[in-house]
Design a binder for this molecule. Structure first.
Ligand code: SAM
Length: 201
């Protein structure tokens, strides 16, 4: 099982943006759409062994956590950003009335929304997976011995904050796919393909 956790510090937590201008109005939800597509899509199918947590921390009411489960997804993830953005909008609308800190609401099969924090999600994930933080300065990915259940944390276009990094220190090994800073959606595609070649489920 592969889990990808992306912390999007500016991504809006309510549907107060324009689908016609995602990069300019949503706090970069366009980036999250490309991330989801790279995490799940194969040429003719979907990766059922993938879970993605989107942690949205932008205005007006952070946090919002949206979980996508490959094994349960029925809604079509298409390569275009707009249809993926509409799934995120659906989740944000469904989560508007949520008050409980830990309750997850199923929005569509395989898509859940909650008020879980980044730290909550990391703690949950640690119970069943080895945790890695994808970072340019980390250990080269080819030198890591991965187990069966692996989880990776990534930042958005601005990267993780010092506080987020301090929280991960000691609980997540830093792993790198190269010295250059790549787009998060490219990194997740590279990690998926590398894990495929290493035979990691
Ligand atoms: C666009 S990058 C963020 C760049 C941002 N300027 C920074 O300084 O962190 C988005 C995320 O992709 C991951 N990433 C980018 N390049 C990477 C690399 N070479 N190896 C591992 N992870 C990488 C990191 O998790 C990063 O936070």
């Amino acid at each position: 099982m592969r889990t990808f956790i992306v912390k999007a510090n500016g991504a809006h937590t309510a549907y107060d943006f324009s689908l016609k201008d995602l990069p300019g109005t949503s706090g970069r939800i366009d980036l999250l759409c490309r991330f989801l597509n790279s995490a799940f899509l194969l040429s003719h199918g979907i990766r059922k062994n993938v879970r993605v947590w989107l942690l949205l921390y932008g205005p007006p009411k952070p946090p919002k956590a949206i979980r996508f489960e490959g094994a349960e997804l029925r809604a079509r993830l298409n390569p275009d950003e707009l249809s993926t953005a509409k799934l995120i909008v659906k989740a944000l609308k469904a989560g508007e009335g949520l008050r409980e800190p830990a309750k997850e609401l199923e929005v569509l099969p395989g898509i859940y929304v909650s008020n879980l924090t980044f730290e909550d999600v990391i703690r949950r994930t640690l119970k069943g997976s080895e945790l890695y933080y994808l970072h340019e300065g980390g250990k080269p990915i080819g030198k890591v011995n991965f187990g069966k259940n692996v989880a990776f944390v990534l930042g958005d276009h601005k990267g993780l904050s010092n506080e987020d990094e301090a929280f991960l220190d000691g609980i997540a090994e830093r792993v790198s796919v190269g010295k250059k800073s790549y787009l998060a959606s490219h990194v997740v595609a590279y990690v998926n393909i590398t894990l495929d070649s290493l035979g990691v489920p």
